[in-house]
Ligand binder design. Structure first.
Ligand code: AMP
Ligand code: MG
Length: 321
């Protein structure tokens, strides 16, 4: 059963322990309630997608206690540092180049080389992040397609038993999502409008591009913009049961004997959550020019398997023209 109880030091400690053990914790921020997991733990992050029943892997915001904690994951410039120091803690998310080997799960950024970072202002979020002392990946704590929760009871109503612990911090003051600002390109771009306005940001940054209207879902990269979706450089062939000798094979379950030049299993035990957790790391490991392509075994189209298949289809489409 989900529990929503008054929050004291003991509850914060329990929440931090749960995160450390790979569990999910819902917590209030000043924008909406987030569904958090250790952003370094592939399986924990996969559980977020499973709990939300999200049909696709969009990148998640990584929450940290302060700017110095954010520096471990994002590559800051003097400019982005100044923006962070002005607006953090607060409802602004910064998309920055990810530091190589920063230890974040690839599932957090959906395989991209960027990371979305935020320091929330809500005191309970602050306490949890300080206590956990690690990065917490968190989308809004609601089932996919439902509106974002601004009260603890909304979280339990929407997610039920899928989240073990909900920290009840009362009503969210802002009640609107954080603004997402992309600082990776030559020109700053708003990816999502939110609590911090474009005018507030333009006062410090000058002219900002409005990139909040999504381009065609499959467009892998438009000039001057970061890639919206990760896709391997070599072609992908899905639902493949017969990998060829010049292909790499991403199997599901026991790969058995096959002709592939290299084989990795997305989940040796045939578990869709494990396959989700390993998806991006496996594709990256097999994305080598010595192979003609990556053949991917059929993945059961159930639960989080749907999001895996969605991402594989998009990766296939990226090579279709
Ligand atoms: P939600 O998970 O609903 O809080 O939404 C997170 C928002 O941040 C979405 O609009 C994402 O597209 C955006 N986002 C998160 N990480 C990245 C990233 N690495 N690059 C671009 N956008 C991101
Ligand atoms: Mg949401």
């Amino acid at each position: 059963m989900s529990t929503s109880i008054p929050v004291d030091e003991t509850v914060i400690a329990e929440a931090a322990t749960r995160l450390g053990d790979g569990g999910l914790v819902a917590f209030p921020t000043e924008t909406v309630y987030g569904l958090g997991a250790d952003a370094r733990n592939d399986e924990a992050v996969a559980r977020i997608f499973a709990a939300k029943e999200r049909p696709r892997f969009n990148p998640l915001i990584v929450h940290v206690a302060d700017r110095s904690a954010a520096e471990v994951f994002g590559a800051f410039t003097d400019n982005s540092r100044a923006i962070a120091d002005h607006f953090w803690p607060g409802p602004l998310t910064l998309v920055l180049p990810c530091r190589p080997d920063c230890g974040l799960s690839l599932l957090v950024s959906a395989g991209l080389d960027t990371v979305a970072l935020r320091v929330p202002a809500h005191p309970l979020a602050q306490e949890l992040l300080a206590r956990f002392a690690g990065p917490v990946a968190a989308p809004s704590a609601n089932r996919a397609g439902e509106i974002s929760p601004t009260r603890a009871v909304h979280v339990t109503d929407s997610l039920g038993d899928a989240v073990g612990l909900v920290l009840d911090g009362g009503d969210c003051i802002v009640g609107l999502e954080s603004t997402v600002l992309d600082l990776c390109g030559a020109r700053p771009a708003i990816l999502r409008h939110g609590a911090i306005t474009r005018e507030q940001l333009e006062r410090r940054l000058g002219d900002i591009e409005d990139a909040s209207i999504p381009e065609a879902e499959t467009a892998p990269r438009s000039p001057g913009q970061i890639a919206r979706h990760y896709a391997p450089k070599i072609p992908i062939r899905i639902d493949a049961t017969d990998p060829r000798a010049d292909e790499a094979y991403a199997a599901f379950g026991d790969p058995g004997a096959n002709d592939a030049a290299a084989t990795l299993s997305l989940s040796p035990s045939g578990d869709v959550i494990e396959a989700a957790a390993r998806l991006f790391a496996t594709l990256r490991a097999l994305d080598r020019s010595e192979f003609a392509g990556i053949a991917v075994a059929p993945i059961p189209d159930v639960g989080i398997g749907r999001a895996v298949n969605d991402r594989l289809r998009r990766a296939t489409a990226a090579h279709a023209d």
